[in-house]
Each structure stands twice: as structure tokens, then as C-alpha cells.
Design a protein around this ligand. Structure first.
Ligand code: ZN
Ligand code: ZN
Length: 414
């Protein structure tokens, strides 16, 4: 049976400035060849006008209705950081940060740096928190895991926990650390907020007195003396990709968020050397890994992040140049046997450089497979793709269209 290779350039779509977008201006001979070989269209990843996050966008692209399965970023980031999250776990995204001020309580202190000087040496701090914080009086276990840079994840595991609680991250410097409060009237939310506040106080005490921070102070660096929590979510009951679609999934990605989605769906998510999720990522290694994964897995997602980052920076030229780099790197995909592989090239949402945020503008799609009705679109561009034979579809439609082409769709009716 043939397989699917889904290539996603994060935030690729754009809004024209003087009739031009980074993609329409980039020299992309390889993507243009694919556009000529395949059927083209535009896609609303979730629904027209909806601004997808990368997480909800990717769930749609993988055939999961995000309105049914998405429960916040915390569980996905925790899975991406390597925590084996279980349904019912309460998960947060974490920042190591710097606070200053008098007194004992962390909630009297003011945040002066939300990233603790972009600290990266957090191994020791992770260990100290895992060994030092004690939540046993609440009958709750926790897993604290460092991520890349100043980031990390916290998971609470136990009975009667709720994600209807607030962040402790004030999201701004110059403000006090926020006390976690319940967001509904349930006992579970009240209890969970209390547990979170206890965690905050204990973690602050441990970090404040940690030798690494004394040493950082000597070197004139901001101390990582608090962990700020945000993006809370309850880990969903989500069927694995194989249970859901009867196919084995592999995810080739550099960013924690997309790796987290792969792990949540119980896919194969290798660590790729040099895959950083930024513009210096090793694209050749990622393409190689995707081709390798295609030998063993039925559905391979190859995710490329930097297009989105450059868009958030409002960097038109940078985005254009990076697209050109991707175009060179995907050249090996042109010699795939399209009787065996359905190749899809698209994006998870638009991130126009003029807006620097995700928008609901549809994104271009190419589908290449033996037997598709090749249309007369000759280049890969959000300004041309709408003329193609796919017309305007949604992310979940794209997933089904690909499955139909590779003969993995069941007949509806007799
Ligand atoms: Zn995205
Ligand atoms: Zn983004």
C-alpha cells in the first residue's frame, strides 16, 4: 500500500504587500516542479477565518478534530519534553525566571526577567526540584522536566485534579508572581490551585538557595530563582494514530511542540542531529530522516519551523531566503516513486510578515500522487494555488484526500 509524506512549512502562508509574498518572490524551482506534477489548491487548516495555533493546526492535518481533542498546550509541551503523559495528568509549560524582592513568599516577589537571562544550564535545577519539592501531603505525584533553554514542563498526577486554574506567570516583567486561583467552583480546582501554590513556594525556596544561582550571581547573571507556570491543560484521552487511522506515524521535527504531538499520538519521533527548529536547522538531515522513516512508517510528517519564526519577526527577506533553502533541501523528494508515495506540501497556517501573528488566511497545498488530476498551476504560491483542482479545502479534508489516494479509505455505503 502506498504511504503519505506530509511536508509542513510552519506559518508559510502570507498576505501580499504590493502584490508580493515571501513565497511568491522566492525562487523555488523544486516546489514549482511539484506544483506542475500535482494537483493544487488552498486550505483552511481548521475552518475559514479561524486562526490556528501550530498545535491545533497540526491536529487537523493529522486527522484529529482539534475541537474534540485539544486541551491546551501544556500536555503537548510536556510530551515533547519527554514526559510520558497519561490521560488525566495536569500539565503546564514552565519558564525558569528571575524574581526580586523582600520576604519569604514567592508571591510577594516581582518578575525581573521571564527567561532568567535565557539560561540553558538547568540540569542541576531540574534535579534539585525533583528531589526537594514534596507534594505527598496532597497525595499527588509530580514530574518536573527541563526543556530546551529556559523552558520546561510540570506534570501533576493524582486523583481529583482540575485544569480550571490560572497561570502563575504574570506574562510581564515588573509584575508580581501570580498566585494560582481556581477558575470554577469545584473542589478539584480549589485543591489543584493549592497544590500549585505549594509547588511554587517550595520550588522558589530550593532555587533561591541553589549553589548554581550563587555562582550565577557572582558572574553577574540573573538567578533562575522561580518557575513560572502557564498553558495548563488536562491530558486528553486521545487515541493513538494507529488506533485512529490504522497507520504507523513518524514525526520528523525540531520543535518540542510538534514532537509533543507526535509523542501524544504514540508516533515514532526521533531526535534528529542538528534539527533545531530555527533557521540554522539541518534541513538535509531532516529530509534524509523523513525518507528513511518512509521505509518503515505509513504516514510521515516532516515539519519545518523557521518560516513561522521569521514571520513572527516580520522578516520578509529572511522568510523568502529560508523558503529558498527549503526548496533546495527537498530536491530528493522529486525522485520519490509517486505510485508508492503521496507527497503533500503545505503549511499549518499563515503567519503574514505584516501582521507577525497567525491569521486565518488559507495556505497553499500541493498533492502529488500517481493518478491525481494534474491542473495547470505552475508554481507554488498562495497567490496561484487557488486556481488548482483541489479548490478550497480544510485540513481534515486534505487528510482524507491523501488517504483516499493511497487506498486507505473505506467505502461509505454499499
Ligand atoms: Zn504553526
Ligand atoms: Zn507561530
Amino acid at each position: 500500500m502506498s504511504k503519505v509524506l506530509l511536508v509542513v512549512l510552519d506559518g508559510l502562508g502570507d498576505r501580499p504587500i504590493d502584490g508580493k509574498t515571501p513565497l511568491s518572490e522566492a525562487k523555488t524551482p523544486n516546489m514549482n516542479k511539484l506544483a506542475k506534477m500535482g494537483i493544487n489548491g488552498i486550505m483552511d487548516t481548521i475552518s475559514p477565518g479561524i486562526r490556528p495555533g501550530s498545535d491545533t493546526g497540526h491536529l487537523s492535518l493529522l486527522g484529529y478534530d482539534p475541537y474534540k481533542y485539544y486541551t491546551g498546550r501544556g500536555p503537548i509541551e510536556a510530551a515533547g519534553a519527554g514526559v510520558d503523559v497519561k490521560p488525566g495528568d495536569i500539565a503546564f509549560r514552565v519558564n525558569f525566571a528571575t524574581v526580586e524582592g523582600e520576604g519569604e513568599s514567592v508571591f510577594e516577589k516581582v518578575v525581573v526577567d521571564r527567561r532568567a537571562g535565557r539560561i540553558s544550564e538547568t540540569d542541576e535545577l531540574e534535579k534539585a526540584i525533583n528531589e526537594g519539592v514534596d507534594l505527598s501531603e496532597f497525595g499527588v505525584e509530580f514530574i518536573f522536566k527541563r526543556g530546551s533553554g529556559h523552558r520546561g514542563a510540570l506534570v501533576l498526577r493524582g486523583e481529583n485534579l482540575s485544569d480550571k486554574i490560572s497561570d502563575t506567570d504574570p506574562h510581564k516583567v515588573g509584575e508580581k508572581v501570580k498566585r494560582c486561583v481556581p477558575l470554577d467552583d469545584s473542589e478539584e480546582a480549589k485543591r489543584t490551585a493549592e497544590i500549585v501554590n505549594s509547588f511554587m513556594e517550595q520550588a522558589h525556596r530550593i532555587l533561591e538557595n541553589h549553589p548554581l544561582n550563587a555562582e550565577r550571581e557572582k558572574r553577574g547573571l540573573p538567578k533562575a530563582n522561580v518557575v513560572l507556570l502557564r498553558g495548563v491543560g488536562k491530558c486528553p484521552h486521545i487515541p493513538s494514530f494507529e488506533e485512529m487511522h490504522g497507520m504507523k506515524l513518524a514525526v520528523i521535527a525540531g520543535t518540542t511542540l510538534i514532537k509533543g504531538i507526535g509523542r501524544l499520538l504514540k508516533g515514532y519521533v526521533p531526535d534528529i542531529e542538528g534539527a533545531t527548529g530555527n533557521r540554522n536547522t539541518n534541513l538535509d538531515n531532516k529530509v534524509k530522516a523523513a525518507l528513511e522513516a518512509l521505509k518503515k512508517y505509513d504516514f510521515v510528517l516532516l515539519h519545518i519551523k523557521a518560516t513561522d519564526e521569521l514571520s513572527h519577526d516580520g522578516d520578509f527577506e529572511g522568510k523568502k531566503e529560508f523558503i529558498e533553502k527549503v526548496d533546495k533541501a527537498i530536491e530528493p523528494l522529486l525522485s520519490l516513486d509517486f505510485r508508492d508515495v503521496c507527497l503533500v506540501v503545505t503549511a499549518d497556517h499563515s503567519t503574514p510578515v505584516s501582521i507577525k501573528e497567525h491569521t486565518g488566511d488559507p495556505v497553499p497545498v500541493i498533492v502529488v500522487h500517481e493518478g491525481v488530476r494534474v491542473d495547470d498551476v505552475e508554481e507554488f504560491s498562495e497567490l496561484k494555488a487557488w486556481k488548482g483542482g483541489l479548490c478550497r479545502i480544510r485540513g481534515m479534508d486534505l487528510f482524507r484526500i491523501a488517504l483516499d489516494l493511497v487506498d486507505r479509505m473505506e467505502k461509505f455505503g454499499a
